[in-house]
Design a protein around this ligand. Sequence first.
Ligand code: ATP
Length: 430
Amino acid sequence: MERKYSDEVKPGDKVVMKGWVAKTRDLGGLKFFLLRDRQGTIQVTAKKGNVPDSVFKKFSDIMKEYCVSVEGKVKVAKQTSAGVELVPSKLEIISKSEPELPIDVFGKIESGKDKRFDYRFLDVREPEMQAIFRIKARTVQAIREYFIKEGFIEIFTPVIQAAGAEGGATMFPVQYYDKKAYLRQSPQLYKQMMMASGMDKVFEIGQAFRAEKFHTVRHVSEFLSVDFEQGWIESEEDIMRTLEGMVHYSVSAVARDCKKELKMLGKRVNVPKLPFKRFTYDYVLKALKKVGVKLKWGDDIEDAQERKFGEIMAKKGIEWYFITNFPSKIKPFYIMLEGKSSRGIDLDFKGMEIASGGQREHRHDVLKKVMKEKGLDPKNFEFFLEPFRYGIPPHGGIGFGAERMVEKLLDLPDIKEAILFPRTPERLIP
Ligand code: ATP
């Protein structure tokens, strides 16, 4: 007999249903339990005389969080929230649970974050927790769909690298045979190499690693990075168009396809209007000055200042926006610089940086010159510089933090809530 989920059954169906026991109730001649599967719950009801004696007896053995398989008939049950119940003809205990759970998943006692992450497999039994990860899955899926629709080719570049674009300080070292290697911070160098390969428009969705001892609600040691790189561009404007299209497409997909999950979480997502607003770095500085936050021209916009600017935007009803024309001195050598200003851009969402990138410098001689100006020795970057020697079109791209997007989309208190098994300086298990 076919297995059905709790949201698929209708009165009259003969089905097998499998799941966890959420609640039990014993009224003597009438016994119930609530069966929970990934789609919801259904009441399983046994009345003495109406179900086989062996099944009725087995109801007494059933305890919370046991895994069971029930074969039976679906009947109308107006008194239940689903409007139907399952009357069993067969009941099998598949796996038992110890009576005391280490965290109170469905009860009133709220477990601390650390304890919940220690027992994530139990934590995620709660439907609201599953809702977060279904929304995350849909977000990333939609991002992939968008790039494919726009003619981008998906690439898969090495996670084990010899060095990063910005040196090794924030990279995790790994022993690579008899050499030292690192986990990637970003696939950027490889994406740029693909621009020299003629693949024109590429994207990659994969883990990136940062060995920084951050303890914030927006940093983790391992995160899901969405990266794209696009060739033959006119300016960073082309990059912003691709990026805002990607965000619009994925937020629309979540709003359309995750209604049940959003309702469960009590959230509403706003599909942003295109195009997103573009604010220059100078504009941000002026806007911050008006509210008493002073920054010198050339200072980086830090976390607290980003949040403050987000509050100013929120008052205008703006959630997503670009910040453009960053000062050259705070941008890395690979971003195209134009005197004091650069072609680097950030995308912010509700006062948090979600993506960073821009137009890259593709001219070999300029790249070497800028490296020297920034105190770097081009000799240490030969591997990076090679592709710029044999023909490479103007190009640009970004790195986008998928979990930061989910965090902000659902107003989660911490990025770690959007990661099944978060990695932090203290957390490596499970
Ligand atoms: P921040 O200044 O916020 O630390 P960054 O400038 O180091 O970020 P980039 O190196 O430009 O970030 O990375 C691009 C994107 O990747 C960021 O906008 C962010 O969404 C995501 N990201 C970067 N570092 C982390 C991290 N430690 N944890 C989670 N996401 C991250």
